[in-house]
Design a protein around this ligand. Sequence first.
Ligand code: CA2
Length: 145
Amino acid sequence: MTSVLILNGPNLNLLGTRQPEVYGTTTLADIEARCKKHAEAIGTEVEFFQSNHEGVLVDSIHAARGTHDGIILNAGAYTHTSIALMDALASVELPAIELHLSNVHAREDFRHRSYIAKVALGIICGFGADGYLLAMDAMKQHLSG
Ligand code: CA2
């Protein structure tokens, strides 16, 4: 069975508690539950993890090598700044999908730049929590294609 790591970056632990007009009312725990249910439906194993710390996210990407077949990454604001995350993804040579709840291209200019996109298979953004399930489907399709 294919196994996917879903990795979440800084401040995403606050989902559903603040700025609902931007990020919705769904909590990260709700999203995790939806991902686990969807994983069962499509026959995928999933590990779901969040950290506010760049180095912990780098460690998690490294640990995915040999454990998971692909990575779905909502790197939060590190998307726009982190060469370390980009290098970590490139080093493990696993397929990665960049994910965002919001449509980052309809927001501030600084959210238009992504270091993750340079090493990602593709990007899903603007579909809220549903984007996690769309990314799981896209990864499953990629891995079985
Ligand atoms: O849209 C996304 O998923 C983002 O990755 C979310 C990041 C943002 O920096 C990216 O540009 C786009 C921010 C996550 C912050 O989440 C919060 C949740 C509730 C309250 C405050 C922040």
